[in-house]
Design a protein around this ligand. Sequence first.
Ligand code: C2E
Ligand code: MG
Ligand code: MG
Ligand code: MG
Length: 269
Amino acid sequence: GKQTGRGCVVPFDPDMLGDERHRRFVERELRAAILLDELELHYQPVLDSQTRQVRSYEALVRWRHKVRGTIAPNQFIEVAEQSNLIDRLGEWVLRRACTDQRRLGRPIAINVSPKQLRRREFAEAFADILMETGTLAANIIVEITENAPLTAGSVEMETLAELRAMGVRIAIDDFGAGHASLHYLRDFSFDIIKIDRAYVAEFSTNPVSAMIVSAVCDIARSLSLQVVAEGIETEAQAQALTAAGCTCLQGFHLGRPQPLVRDKMICAA
Ligand code: C2E
Ligand code: MG
Ligand code: MG
Ligand code: MG
């Protein structure tokens, strides 16, 4: 049966996301949630693979619904992207991450939807929030998923270049999950590659996956990029991905996403 309360994820019915009426319902509720401050960021540490020190945190949005409990982003980001709500949600995420950055004492990575980058004034609005919150651009990393292919010379790519010129670092998220990986490396300047967790999960059982990860690490080293292995769930994976050349590790084994409460991190579940 359904559970509610802190730490539990009660989804909207994902099969109904294709249903227009259901989508409109989620959209209306989400619009109110942004205004009522029902969103929350959880932070997951990204560790240096050699020293196991925390290098940065990834901000992951949660929706604390008064009736449904905590809702995970895959239940509502798509709806937000289909409406213009993603711009407001994204702005909320950036402002909150900037506000929390000083207390976390490390750079923070935020996830940005390609649709947000299509707005011509995105970089300017971004700079305004950094200024307003007194956050250094060098302390913010923008993650952009490789799943949504961006083409050379597109507005999205120009926006990323503007952010990078400001000193914001850019990470390609879910690397290997889409079909644009190599073309991204060829056409654009990034700072960080985040290897999709499907490759991490298969690393020890699929020799081809392991070879691809090692090859990506070699390329990254020659381009002076950081490589983060996502979805590390065991110590064996942590060691294997470190040996393969990943400079950073992220996953439940090393730290779960947790809310920031006053000056310390607390456990979510
Ligand atoms: P992502 O950016 O690839 O984030 C990593 C996801 O993997 C997170 O799921 C995280 O909780 C999960 N994860 C971390 N370590 C492990 C592990 O060891 N094992 C497994 N199985 N999973 C792990 P989450 O928080 O549900 O987020 C899902 C996706 O939603 C994110 O994938 C990102 O694409 C999107 N998202 C999250 N927050 C935001 C946001 O503020 N804005 C936008 N546009 N998208 C967001
Ligand atoms: Mg991410
Ligand atoms: Mg990812
Ligand atoms: Mg993902």
